[in-house]
Write a protein that binds this ligand. Sequence first.
Ligand code: HEM
Length: 199
Amino acid sequence: MEHFYDLFKQDKWDVLTGRRDGKISLASDVTGNLPSPFSDFNTLRQIFANKNLNVNDLVVLSGAHTLGVAHCGAFSRRLFNFTGKGDTDPSLNATYAETLKKQCPNPANPSTTVEMDPQSSLSFDNHYFAILNQKMGLFQSDAALLTDRNSAKIAIQLQSKPNSDNFFSEFGKSMKKMGAIGVLTGNVGEIRKNCRQVN
Ligand code: HEM
């Protein structure tokens, strides 16, 4: 996430600082609150809607998968056993699926990781939408964004601009909304020194 701060604090996105967070962090709170890479479109829409994020936010924020990597287990079922018959997910680009099978053979090394935005996973740009629209979104949750007409239209718009500016401004807006989810006030909670853990 440091990337986002460095990128946006300059001019495009006034990052609000000092968010008060809870002091308790439970794995059991994840279920139903966080989407999974296996989620379909309706599940994603519902989970986002529960936090007052709309379909535009869902598509725009998924563009964060322009950065970083994933472990094979998050998508290997799409490669080897999609419906339990040793098949490959037909919504995944067939050529790309073969490349992924070489990177993540079955069974995969649990520490192996794959770029989510191939060849561009270190640059924050709208390239995720270019690969998504070629059926190269890595997770079922990425591919799901193309299964709804409105959502698919947004994915095209975010790709088709000649540069990433539209994505950047949309991303800033949606990140502000996401950053406001469940903020605590007054003396409740604390501002974390490290955003991943309680102080
Ligand atoms: C739409 C629902 C989403 C799902 C189902 C999802 C799922 C995942 C999964 C499974 C991984 C890979 C974890 C691993 O195997 O190590 C991942 C990585 C990542 N996600 Fe998402 N994500 C979603 C939305 C978001 C959002 C909203 C953001 C930020 C705005 C985000 C930012 C990232 C980043 C930066 C990584 C790479 C982490 C790294 O390289 O270590 N994702 N996501």
